[in-house]
Design a protein around this ligand. Sequence first.
Ligand code: ZN
Length: 115
Amino acid sequence: MSIISMTCPRCRKGKLFVTPYRVSTAYQMLEACPHCSQSYQPEPGFYYGAMFVSYILSAWLFLGIGLTLVFGFSWSILPTLLTVLIVTVLLHNYLFRISRSIWIHLFVKFDSKYE
Ligand SMILES: [Zn+2]
């Protein structure tokens, strides 16, 4: 659940991103966990891999929405693409954040002594 709540993978307490959420700081991660001091920037370019996670999430999501609208509701292509575009704009920040959260959780393991 710490992936969804976007908290530190090691202690599951500290937030990964600057809070409260603002558009101006939507992409800013903290340098390290305020609770256990786990670095959120283990190495330069660490989050390049999160782009692949983001691509996989968004491709499956948008493919699912598109196929559902076209084959389930008999929508034509243009309104379907516009709907997918609107969903893309609305979910962009969330997909960015959740992709980074998934990525760091792949490499940093939970440690109960920081709980
Ligand atoms: Zn932590």
